[in-house]
Ligand binder design. Structure first.
Ligand code: OGA
Ligand code: MN
Length: 212
């Protein structure tokens, strides 16, 4: 599938803006990264797997030390490598992420070689406390990508992604998790949190990794 050609150059412009944002701010927010139809395809896929009970409560920490801790994060996840062969919507998403990885490697020399990615569902009342994505001493996650899948989002739904711009406190930016928005940032740069949501909040989150 050759997404960049199929989208007539618009996708290439999105990639350029994302790279420019990462170079300048370590952060890029691209609304309408996907069309409503593409978002809907991914949302259906997430909902089907959710209905089939394939998600599990997310953990905190790594490897054997990983524990479920709802006071820190209340989302449920489904890793894509545990997912059945990619359907059309997922294949399209993965090919776009692949193009993004190549662009980032060419422009920023980040040495990215792999995307790990999962669907996430935050049921009403859940949140994810302030954190950075890279575990201390393990710097394999270089770039975080979060793609939102809710077709509608109202302020009363809560659930914003709050990105702290200077360290752990202080100035921040709230991003509404509206379907089609892609947030990309340097994984080690920003503290961030998911504010409590009042409705199911669905996303597809990925991390570009370098070799351990
Ligand atoms: C994460 C995370 C943010 C979001 O999964 O590490 O910070 O907006 N997600 O879903
Ligand atoms: Mn995070």
């Amino acid at each position: 599938m050759n997404v960049p050609v199929a989208t007539g150059g618009i996708f290439a412009e999105q990639l350029e803006r994302i790279v420019a944002g990462l170079v300048r701010d370590g952060l890029a927010i691209e609304t309408a990264f996907l069309s409503p139809a593409q978002v809907d395809g991914l949302l259906r896929e997430a909902r089907q797997s959710w209905a089939a009970g394939r998600f599990h409560a997310a953990g905190v920490g790594r490897g054997q030390a990983q524990q479920r801790q709802e006071s820190i994060r209340g989302d449920h996840v489904l890793w894509l490598d545990e997912h059945a062969p990619a359907d059309v919507a997922l294949a399209d998403y993965l090919s776009r992420m692949d193009a993004l990885q190549q662009t980032l490697n060419q422009s920023l020399y980040l040495g990215l070689f792999e995307l790990e990615t999962h669907f996430a569902v935050y049921p009403p009342g859940s949140y994810y406390r302030c954190h950075v994505d890279n575990f201390r001493g393990a710097g394999e996650r270089r770039v975080t990508t979060i793609l939102y899948l809710n077709p509608e989002w109202q302020p009363e739904h809560g659930g914003a992604l709050r990105i702290y711009l200077e360290g752990e406190h202080g100035a921040y930016l709230d991003v509404p998790p509206l379907g089609g928005t892609l947030v990309t940032f340097l994984s080690e740069r920003y503290y961030h949190e998911v504010l409590p949501t009042t409705v199911d909040r669905i996303s597809l989150t990925g991390w570009f990794r370098r070799r351990p």
